[in-house]
Design a binder for this molecule. Structure first.
Ligand code: BG6
Length: 525
């Protein structure tokens, strides 16, 4: 995980399956354009989009140009030559789904470089499966049958496959998919994506923890009271209901993104930043998760579903009324849970996780809340000069993943004056101020890493399976205990109040503290 410039001189073809989808237009092609503009792509790279319907190269280029103009992090300048040059790398091949499609695909791919006499080496292939999950195995199997996958030890050319989420819908289906994939591909050729790992701030969790010596000694059960991980989204489900209604917040967000944030927060220091070392440590955490019993699921999980309401003056239909949602759907659009990592470092320290749609704001952060000093020697100011007993606010470290990426550390300071009163103050670092730039998009980093063959920021088979095992126990208990409530919550709120009670029962509260309007003070306890 150390490279920054392309090392490959050999030609590479990136084939995107699902090229007519949103992901390609909004994320993948804009990310590739930015990489191209920054001269980070290998010099001989062609990008081939495939989907069912017929489309000319020209029409595909035009659609992708629109995608770049609308969604790219760095917008093209009028008449910019780089955009034109980048678009000339794009091709389109239709795969209508008939017999022999993949043989034709092979011929067409082979012919792309044949015309260029200067290219002597055969091209390596990176296949990106940006399709619905049902298509993952058929595509890989067809690629194998058509001879489009080279052996992992081929010295001339490599084959790699990037697989989008969701990887399976439970442990069994993830295992089955893994087994099938391994009949065609070596694990070293498989790049399971979790785009959260491509976010700069997520990578910074490791940099911050293991690049500094002052935090790590305090990063354990002796000093940490609890950990909170929030991934809140303001957008409702909207057009994605067809997929979402079968998934729900636990499968869509917790099994992958939140589990990865948890693994990076809780893992032991790896011996190096090589892919194996880092992934070995992450999987140890996932395997140490305490699998919940049905009784624990009833006590430690809260499900919610948003009702009709308004966000920023815009009406939001109730989840039940979103187009594509089954009548009477019991799919959760919000979930909060309390879990434990059963190892020496974290035994007994609760981790509280929550995520949901149509919430008050877009906010992803990790909060490490430290234990209080053993003795309350001073009075403490809660808020705006209001002193309440001698309750001490704990130190707290906030890693802000998005937006306003940064880090905050809270500590107490003496308020000037005759009395010994502590005021909670935050020391803050903000990415955009310090580096004077927006961090790169996650997909930029991840596509580049796959091109360079670095799988550190991709998910290994055992990680997927360990997190499904944890999530499966919750889903099974929800399915068995039909009387477990799905709490309604208003769009634009912080989710159901039952999630606040999950915290309050333990004498804790969610961060940020302004959970409900007009209530800006942290609760006691
Ligand atoms: C995706 C989920 O993986 O992540 C979506 O399927 C979610 O439901 C998205 O909206 C959130 O990603 P980000 O980068 O906007 O936080």
């Amino acid at each position: 995980m150390t490279h920054t410039t392309p090392k490959h001189v050999q030609p590479i073809t990136l084939v995107i399956f699902g090229a007519s989808g949103d992901l390609t237009r909004r994320k993948l092609i804009p990310a590739l354009y930015v990489l191209y503009k920054q001269k980070l792509l290998p010099p001989a790279l062609k990008i081939v989009g495939t989907a069912r319907r017929p489309l000319s190269d020209e029409a595909f280029r035009q659609q992708m140009e629109e995608g770049i103009r609308a969604f790219s992090r760095i917008k093209p300048q009028p008449g910019e030559p780089e955009l034109k040059a980048f678009l000339s790398l794009l091709y389109y091949i239709a795969l209508p789904g008939g017999e022999g499609d993949y043989r034709q695909l092979r011929e067409k791919l082979d012919s792309l470089y044949a015309a260029e006499a200067s290219e002597t080496l055969p091209d390596s292939r990176l296949y990106y499966l940006a399709t619905p999950p049902e298509a993952f195995w058929p595509i890989i199997s067809n690629l194998g049958k058509a001879g489009l996958i080279t052996p992992v030890d081929d010295p001339q050319r490599w084959t790699r496959v990037i697989i989008e989420k969701p990887f399976g819908r439970d442990l069994q289906s993830a295992r089955e998919l893994n087994q099938k994939i391994h009949t065609v591909l070596d694990e070293r050729q498989v790049f399971r994506i979790d785009h959260y790992l491509g976010k700069e701030t997520v990578q910074n969790i490791m940099a911050f923890r293991f690049g500094n010596s002052i935090f790590e000694p305090l990063w354990n059960r002796r000093y940490v009271d609890h950990v909170q991980i929030t991934v809140a989204e303001k957008v409702p489900v909207g057009r994605r209901a067809g997929y979402y209604d079968k998934a729900g917040a636990l499968r869509d967000m917790v099994q992958n993104h939140l589990m990865q944030l948890l693994a990076l927060t809780a893992m032991e220091p790896p011996a190096s930043f090589q892919d194996k070392a880092v992934r070995d440590e992450k999987v140890k955490v996932l395997k140490a998760l305490q699998i919940m019993t049905p009784e624990q699921v009833a006590k430690f999980t809260v499900r919610g579903q948003y009702t009709a309401g308004v966000i920023d003056g815009q009406p939001v239909p109730a989840y039940q009324d979103e187009p594509g949602v089954a009548k009477g759907s019991r799919t959760e659009t919000y979930v909060a849970l309390k879990l434990f990592v059963d190892n020496w470092r974290w035994s007994g320290v609760p981790f509280y996780l929550r995520t949901g749609k149509a919430l008050k704001m877009r906010l992803s952060e990790i909060n490490i809340v430290y234990t209080r000093p053993p003795l309350a020697l001073f009075k403490h100011e809660w808020h705006h000069g209001h002193v309440e007993g001698d309750q001490i606010l704990p130190n707290r470290l906030t890693l802000r993943i998005q937006p306003d990426e940064g880090i905050r550390l809270r500590f107490g300071l003496k308020v000037p004056g005759p009395e010994m009163i502590l005021h909670p103050q935050e020391m803050e670092f903000c990415y955009s101020k310090v580096f004077n730039a927006e961090p790169p998009e996650a997909y930029e980093r991840l596509i580049l890493d796959a091109i360079l063959g670095d799988s550190t920021l991709f998910i290994r088979q055992d990680e997927v399976e360990a997190s499904w095992e944890f999530v499966d126990a919750i889903i099974a208990a929800w399915q068995e205990q039909l009387d477990l409530p799905i709490h309604p919550y208003a769009p634009g709120s912080w989710g159901p109040e039952a999630a606040d009670r999950l915290m309050e029962r333990d004498g804790r509260h969610w961060i940020p503290e302004d959970q409900h309007s007009g209530q800006n003070e942290p609760r006691k306890g």
